[in-house]
Design a protein around this ligand. Structure first.
Ligand SMILES: *Cc1c(COP(=O)(O)O)cnc(C)c1O
Length: 388
């Protein structure tokens, strides 16, 4: 099994209290009348579904949004009691699982809506409507036709939601267009609660908050909208170990493609992390890592399992074999890495989560061992198959 050969020396450390603080920051920003639903799809953006869900519930969250039924069942089998809604619903196929586990489908099309309509008992559901993203959700014409059929009177949705395409750019006209379309569509679905904004949409202001915001990235410390000063706490730090340090003469090539040549006699640390762990290949020759606070540049390409670091200026005792290099932390965050490599922050985070061992840091007063109570956790595997 791949999980058993994952090197424990590449550690993504996740600060649960930072996630809780970010939840509170968003809650305070939108105010008490607006509900903050936590998006924990894709294994909580790679950070570990059940652990993160538990931390969010402790912080006061009572609605979790997952990507699929497997994730919802994993939460239930882990005794997570909060409301759980499923983005990619398949209610028509798995209605029984929704009912027996008290799960909420997000209805994305008319076929699923028919299944809600034909269900033996009333079913709590959210309705996703299309306003300019052309992904999932009922088009306005569908909503109007279904409205006229009377289904929303017989089986009203509890929440109507839509998703913004350009919320990271506050000035983009798409935001206003989608907001107007959402207003018009959701008027047909009263008194359903309304939800338009995800993380970046929160910063667009009150007119975008409606009754509920659905926040993922911001909880995990990603500042998608580039708000300054950044109100979010970094959540993830990344550490890997030095395998060996070698001396390299001036003028020698380092790594695939010989993209770096030493300009002086150098010491190079070989650190055990590569793109298999989710470190973007595109950060070759662009980032620095830290050894006990000393910054040292990554030189040459990122290999599958190794990187090469110029440690000529780092004291030898701090970067030798077994010493830890910090790649991400409070100084250099996932956002910084993504910007430097020219890749998407959510992509970086979800890949690191899959490729590294995860360790949880809980600084909350409730947890013993202040200031840092570390617990190791492997990757959760869904114990329950969904029978067809
Ligand atoms: C992923 C997702 C979110 C959360 O998005 P963030 O930008 O990470 O906050 C909200 N709503 C829908 C429909 C999503 O797919």
């Amino acid at each position: 099994m791949l999980a058993s050969v994952r090197p424990a020396d590449v550690v993504l450390e996740i600060d649960l209290s930072a996630i809780q603080a970010n939840f509170q920051t968003i809650s305070a920003l939108v105010g008490p009348k607006v509900k903050v639903a936590a998006v924990v799809k894709s294994d909580a953006y790679g950070l570990g579904l059940v652990k993160i869900a538990g931390a969010l519930i402790e912080a006061g969250c009572d609605l979790l949004l997952v990507g699929n039924l497997h994730e919802a069942l994993l939460l239930r089998s882990s005794h997570i009691g909060a409301d759980v809604a499923v983005f990619c619903d398949e209610f028509a196929r798995y209605g029984g699982h929704y009912r027996s586990n008290g799960l909420i489908p997000v209805v994305n099309n008319c076929v699923e809506l028919d299944a809600i309509s034909g269900a033996p008992e009333p079913q709590t559901y959210f309705l996703n409507v299309e306003t300019g993203f052309s992904r999932l959700g009922l088009a306005f014409g569908d909503v109007r036709r279904e409205y006229l059929s009377g289904i929303f009177k017989r089986r009203p949705p509890s929440v109507v939601l839509s998703h913004l395409a350009c919320s990271e750019r506050a000035g983009d006209a798409m935001n206003l267009l989608q907001r107007d379309r959402f207003q018009a569509t959701s008027d047909l679905l009263k008194p359903a609660l309304r939800s338009l904004a995800a993380s970046a949409g929160v910063w667009l202001g009150e007119q975008y908050h409606f009754d509920m915001v659905r926040v993922g990235s911001a909880l995990y410390g990603l500042n998608n909208a580039g708000i300054r000063p950044n109100p979010l706490k970094p959540v993830a730090s990344l550490k890997a170990k030095t395998l060996e340090v070698r001396k390299v003469a001036r003028g020698e090539a380092v790594g695939y493609g010989a993209t770096f040549r030493t300009a002086r006699a150098s010491r190079i640390a070989i650190v055990a992390i590569g793109y298999r762990n989710g470190l973007p290949w595109a950060c070759a020759n662009k980032i620095s890592v830290r050894f006990a606070g000393y910054s040292a540049p990554l030189i040459g390409r990122v290999s599958m399992e190794y990187i090469t670091i110029d440690v000529t200026d780092v004291p030898e005792t701090l970067c030798g074999p077994g010493r830890e290099a910090e790649l991400l932390g409070d100084v250099f965050t996932v956002d910084d890495l993504a910007a430097t490599a020219g890749v998407h922050p959510q992509e970086v985070l979800t890949r690191l989560g899959v490729g590294c061992a995860r360790r949880y840091l809980d600084r909350s007063p409730a947890s013993a061992g202040f200031p840092g109570n570390l617990t190791d956790a492997g990757h959760e595997h869904d114990p329950r198959a969904i029978p067809g």
